[in-house]
Write a protein that binds this ligand. Sequence first.
Ligand code: SF4
Ligand code: SF4
Ligand code: SF4
Length: 315
Amino acid sequence: MTPLPEPIAQQIVAWLGSGEIDLFIGYEAGTVPLHATPAFIRKAGEVSRLIWDATCETNLAAYLKNLRGQKVGLMVKGCDARAIVGLMQERQWRREEVRLVGVNCPGVVDRLAVAERLGIGVEEIESASLEGDRVRVGDITLAIQDVLYPMCRTCTMRKPVLYDVLMGPEFQGSPQGDPFAHVREMEALSTDERWACFTAEVARCTLCLACRNACPLCYCTQCFVERTQPAWFTPTTAPEDVQFYQVVRTFHLAGRCVGCGACTRACPVGIDLRLFLDKLRLDALELFGYEAGVSVEARPPLTTYREDDPNDFIL
Ligand code: SF4
Ligand code: SF4
Ligand code: SF4
């Protein structure tokens, strides 16, 4: 648990004091081991609660959907800032409406990976701490790099693309492996095998909608899931309803998903949503040369047209 550097804390105090922001969203120590809690700071005297370390996993940009019209500041990792770029491309927020503390991100710790390494259930981790580049659980320490979330191990954009002030040393390591290796494995399967893979993975879905709620880019004020006129499906956990939800949500994120992993981390039953979302991210990259959340000025593939666009899907 590391307090914010003094100059950063002072900047947040100054923003609150000048009225540039009414609310700053960062992280504070929580009650769950290895998981910092989002902190909502409205007064200068509360800024000392803020921390930053490799347990700060929540993509705070997801809160912006409920804060339209307010003056907000927040802490952003590389992937969080990319989500904000997406919101700005889609005219949800203007750059001048938010103040950003960017953090050069070392990656965030996956509690499940820690538990797996220790051969215990995640609920058995009663207390843990970070010590430099290691995680301590009881008498055992593990290298943080060995227990990062999968998307962090292969991350190529740890430095935020947008910020007002930046903190932390730039990451000096290299991405560990191909970020799309899991997608390429699935692509090698036959159509029937892919369908079997998809239906087996989503069969556990309870339609709790935590994945939608955690996603900064799922911001519709009325989601198709909740519409009754027309009703797109019956919200039960029947296989066809679950599959319909997953397919529609995934395609709503086509060319928009920034790969932050917030949806997968939010899933209480451990469905690996990255598999489907990363397939569309890879398609956007390979078919249209597009990566979401890199530039506010860029035109997402679904909003533009090029003479040389691949048109294989048109009969
Ligand atoms: S995906 Fe990249 S920027 Fe996002 S938390 Fe992981 S390492 Fe940090
Ligand atoms: S769909 Fe998931 S990985 Fe993609 S931006 Fe939303 S929360 Fe992040
Ligand atoms: S968080 Fe998991 S269980 Fe809940 S709706 Fe999403 S995929 Fe289904």
